[in-house]
Design a protein around this ligand. Structure first.
Ligand SMILES: [Mn+2]
Length: 329
């Protein structure tokens, strides 16, 4: 018996479709598809077809961004140790790699911590806070987790360890008592886009820091490869700002990937695990989901999540190639 396809065609306002077709000078069927996706004006269509860095929102629109930046500035001015903390999945490890690498470019008294999958599980852990205390970290930046870790934040506060939380999960009734809580899903956060990944919030944080420490835009945008991978792997919608971040992130992945990502791609596209010198295939969003994401997961799964971060922050291509081999077996 043949399976029958039943198509549900979304209805659109034919007046808007006609107007869009006239202003864009393109086929009405295409305009119907655009309108069905909420793209109704010439300007919206232009932004959809031509993603531009100017479409990225001001990071300070995010509630508590000012407090987060002030606390990091204070830590840096006092040479206080900063710990970058994140989950062991792709969003967490890309977020930690992004914030850690950026901080490393302006400050040296830093470390990172990925909880153990089996002993600690997801999210902020008491063991992680104990590690921070034993190693004299005064500030922890938590990425992709923490929005409901009220008890862990209280535990850290009792040890005089401050937290900045960057999370994109839905908050509970009460926010944790951290120095800053960056989460666009906070009821009192007016950030215009609500679907950033955990790594995406990390990117907004470094965008704001870059202004304070005079880091050029191009250096900040070079981290978008990590953001694009997080967006694809965390299955957040590729709309609005995420679409711009993914578009430019893919350009970096295809044109000048960081050594760890290049190594993962080379190994994935060459089953023998040898370095492929001329790569012709252009990678797309689906390749982030099915080729790169699972290998970053594997890097952390075979050993420890911190190995995924080690690979992503490695600047030496030969070392990265060696580390990435462990993901293909
Ligand atoms: Mn996430």
């Amino acid at each position: 018996m043949a399976l029958e396809k039943r198509w549900l065609i979304e209805e659109t306002d034919s007046e808007i479709v006609n107007q869009l077709s006239q202003s864009l000078k393109i086929n009405k069927k295409l305009c119907h598809l655009l309108v069905a996706r909420g793209i109704k004006s010439f300007e919206e269509a232009r932004d959809f077809f031509r993603p531009n860095y100017s479409l990225l929102h001001d990071p300070y629109l995010m509630k508590d961004m000012d407090k987060a930046i002030q606390r990091i500035e204070k830590a840096i001015s006092k040479n206080e140790k900063i710990l970058v903390f994140g989950d062991y999945d792709v969003d967490g490890t890309t977020a930690v790699s992004l914030v850690f690498s950026f901080l490393q470019s302006i400050y040296s008294n830093i470390g990172y911590y990925i909880p153990d999958r089996y002993k600690e599980g997801y999210g902020i852990s008491f063991a992680g806070i104990d590690y921070a205390e034993e190693n004299n970290f005064g500030l922890i930046i938590a990425l992709d987790c923490g929005i409901k870790s009220n008890d862990k934040i209280d535990y850290a506060n009792n040890k005089n360890i401050d937290f900045i939380i960057c999370d994109h999960h839905l908050p509970g009734d009460e926010l944790p008592n951290a120095v800053a809580v960056l989460d666009q899903k906070r009821a009192d956060c007016n950030y215009p886009y609500k679907e950033l990944s955990g790594c995406g919030i990390g990117f907004k944080l470094i965008q704001a820091l870059a202004k304070v420490y005079n880091v050029a835009d191009e250096k900040v945008y070079a981290y978008l490869d990590l953001v694009a991978i997080s967006i694809a792997s965390d299955i957040v919608p590729i709309t609005g700002e995420n679409r711009v971040l993914t578009f430019f992130g893919l350009q970096y992945i295809n044109e000048k990937p960081r050594p760890g990502i290049e190594a993962l791609i080379n190994i994935a596209l060459n089953k023998d695990g040898e370095i492929q010198t001329s790569r012709k295939r252009i990678l797309e969003t689906m390749d982030l989901v099915f080729i790169i994401g699972p290998r970053i997961n594997a890097a952390g799964r075979i050993g420890h999540g911190s190995q995924a971060v080690e690979l992503l922050v490695e600047s030496d291509p030969t070392k990265a190639q060696e580390m990435a081999k462990h993901t293909s077996k």
